[in-house]
Structure formats: structure tokens, C-alpha cells
Design a protein around this ligand. Sequence first.
Ligand code: CMX
Length: 434
Amino acid sequence: MLLKDFLAQRVPEWQARVRKLAKELGEIPIDTVHIRQVVGGMRGLKVLVTDISYVDPYKGIHFRGYTIPEVLEALPKPHEGAMPYVGGLYWLLMTGELPTAEQALSVEDEWKARMSLPEAVVAAIRSMPKETHPMTLFSMGILAMRNDGVFAPKYAAGLKKTELWGPTLEDALLLTGRLPALAAFIYRYKYGDGTLIEPNPDLDWGANFAHMMGIDDEIYRDLSRLYFILHSDHEVGNASAHTAHLVNSTLADVFYAFSAGMNALAGPLHGLANQNALRWLMGAYDKYGGVPTKEQMEAYSWDTLNAGRVIPGFGHAVLRATDPRYTAFYQFAEQHLPESELFRTAQVAYEVVPKVLQEQGKAKNPWPNVDAMSGVLQKHFGVEPEFYTVLFGLGRSLGITSHLTWARAVGLPIERPKSVTTDMLFEMAEAASK
Ligand code: CMX
């Protein structure tokens, strides 16, 4: 059964569930808002809803209730010992149910039917100077695909609110089907010979990306599958997912919404941190002429902090323990590149940086996040650091488009929080203290 038919059976039940929350339980308060949250980036405010994923501060991301190790164990795989099909993860995110091998492959087949890049998209990328940042090209390429979307024309022709999810899903499949080719072409345009490698219909989504990059290596195929699964989702409140959600809440389509989300991902405190994290590690390696000692890494970390900068790859807005995505990458590196000097540099950082951050006493979470290890693996296969945020975005397309499909399925409204003035906050504070 195709994803769309499967969802069509589930959507009415979930529409009723959200209607009940809005109509019958809507007046029940669930939290108190503090001034620090209003002026502090809304940290911890429970104001969004999604069933796609949940981040436990200590256990990390859960995709539809499953932890990273559980997902990697349970999803169907191309062969024993390989990383799972990304199509299986998409089925899980979209439906909430672990797929059979047949269901995972049905998503892979839907993607294969949509994988080639239209000439207009290729031309749009080629029209830009090569020094353009890959995230700029990625965001542009996504917008350039919009002409083939079905949501906007179907909406213009007249759709009921309960039917909006169907064309949203169709656009989601088109977008996610094409993104590996877009990302790989951007890479080859910027850093390679500029030729486009056509997708191989015998390969799955993750492996096809590796193929279209021109890296025909079995381990890199596996790394690609792992990379996209680990980066697929992190709730809907993170900056890129939330941006896409907000834009799509206006009924702007998946292409507008995902492109906007990618512009948020491009910031140094979010998706750009992975390239910064790798550069920071390479900086330590270069400075000390090899894998630094713990003492050298400690001095290097303090130099960064004393210069008023953050140590990229460490800390998190929600997590309060080592990111399980970091652990999964660490294990992959241990298995496939134990001798890599960059990996050994990252190991030293893991032993030293949390202690330094604890001593500094500012970061609420001194432990490594996913970015502290992801670049080490990509660099091992020669992938340019500037490109890493595109890889993050490619993975994140899976979670974001699942959120968008379900937001339309359950009819979440246009977002419009209320703002107040600083005078009002002072008045409220005074009134509360009386
Ligand atoms: N190095 C130095 N200082 C850090 C730090 C780090 N890695 N992490 C947090 N801090 C500092 C903050 O800058 C903040 O300082 P000020 O009070 O001077 O503003 C203080 O500690 C408290 O911050 P926090 O509440 O612990 O963290 P936030 O929720 O504000 O920010 C994050 C979270 C990720 C932006 C932050 O930890 C950071 O900048 N880390 C480095 C960049 C990074 O790795 N980003 C990738 C995140 C992963 C993702 O995008 O999913």
C-alpha cells in the first residue's frame, strides 16, 4: 500500500483527536510563562504540538517513540550489517508505525520515480557564481522546484481544509525525492567538475546520494543512510523546523516552507555549527601539529572561550546529556575509521571540552551534540566542510515534510503569537510583586 493510502486511513482519527484538544480541552492551562522566556527565545515554552518526534533532555531524540538505537535496529536494511533504508525511516515518521521491508521499499520506489532534477533547477544553480554558499544554492534550488508542485494549483482550484494534507504529501514526496540529486549537483558544481551524475535506479535514497556525489564507496553509502536518519528530525521547535512550520501555516506550500527552514538552518548557532565544529577540531590539530594532548586541547578550548566564542559541537538548547546522535556517529567512526587522526582529535575533545565548559559554568549542557562528530566522518571521505549544512538540511527534509503533512492533516491554524512591550513587562512584574 502506498504511503498516501495508508495515511488516508489514519488521518480522520487524528483530525478528531486534535479537534477534541481544541474544542473540549482547550481552556485547560498546561504551563506558566515567565518573563525570562519571553525575552529569552521562548526556551522551554510548551507551545507547539507534533507526534513525529520528541527530544528527551537526557535520552535524546525519539522518532515516533523510538530511540536512535531502537530505530537503527528495527528498520529494514538493504543487507545484514548495513544501515537502514531511509525510506523506512520516512514511513515511520509519516505513519507512526515501523515499516515492513515492503513498505520501506515502497517509499524508496516513490522517491525513485521522482529523483531526476529538472533542467530549470540545474540551470538556476548554474546561473550563480561558484563562490555562492552551498546553502544559498540549496535554498534557491528548492524554490526553483516549486513550478512542479501540486498544492498551490489544487488549492487555487478549491480544496476543503480536511483535504489539504494530500497535495502537501505529494509535494513532500516530490521535494524529498529530488533533494539528493539537488544536493549532490550543488556539490559537484561548486567543488567538482560541474557535471550532473544521474541517479541509479538500483540504489536506495541514501546510497543514490553517495553515487550522485561521485563517491562510489560502500561505507560512504552506509554513512549517508545513517547521516540522513540521524539528522531527520528534532521536534518542531528547533529554528529550521519551526520556521518551515510557521511559513506553511500560512498555506504557503512545502517548497516555500522548506526553503525558509533551510535559511534558518544556515545560521552558525544551528546547522552551520557542523562545519564550524570540524574547523575547530582541525584548528587544534594544525596548531599542535597532530593529535593534541589533553593539556593542549584544554588550552585551546580556553582560548576559544576567552576570545568570547562558543565551542561548536557542544551544548544544546534542550539536551542535557551526550547527544545519542553523537554516540551513533562515534560508534560508526570507531568501526570504520579508528585510525583517523581527526577522529582521535575529536576523542580528545570529548574527554576535555565538557570539563572546561563545566568549569566556565555558563553552558547548561556541556556535552557534545551531533555536530561534534558528523564532520569528522564526512571529512574522512573528502567532503568539503562548507557543504555540511546542506547534508544536515537534506536529512532534515524528512522530518520537516512529515511535520508539514501532519499539520495540514489535523488543520493546525496560521501561527500568530502576541507580543508585548518592555513597559508592559515591567508593569506586569510590578503587579506580580505586590
Ligand atoms: N561554548 C561556549 N559557550 C556556550 C556553549 C558552548 N558550546 N554552549 C552554551 N554556551 C553559553 C551560551 O553562549 C550562553 O552564554 P551567554 O549567557 O553569555 O549568552 C550560556 O552558555 C547559556 O547557554 P545555554 O542556555 O546553555 O544554551 P542555549 O540554549 O542558549 O544555546 C546552543 C544552545 C546550541 C546555541 C549553544 O549551546 C551553542 O552555541 N553551542 C555551540 C554551537 C553548536 O554546537 N550548535 C549546534 C546545535 C545543534 C543543532 O543545531 O541542533
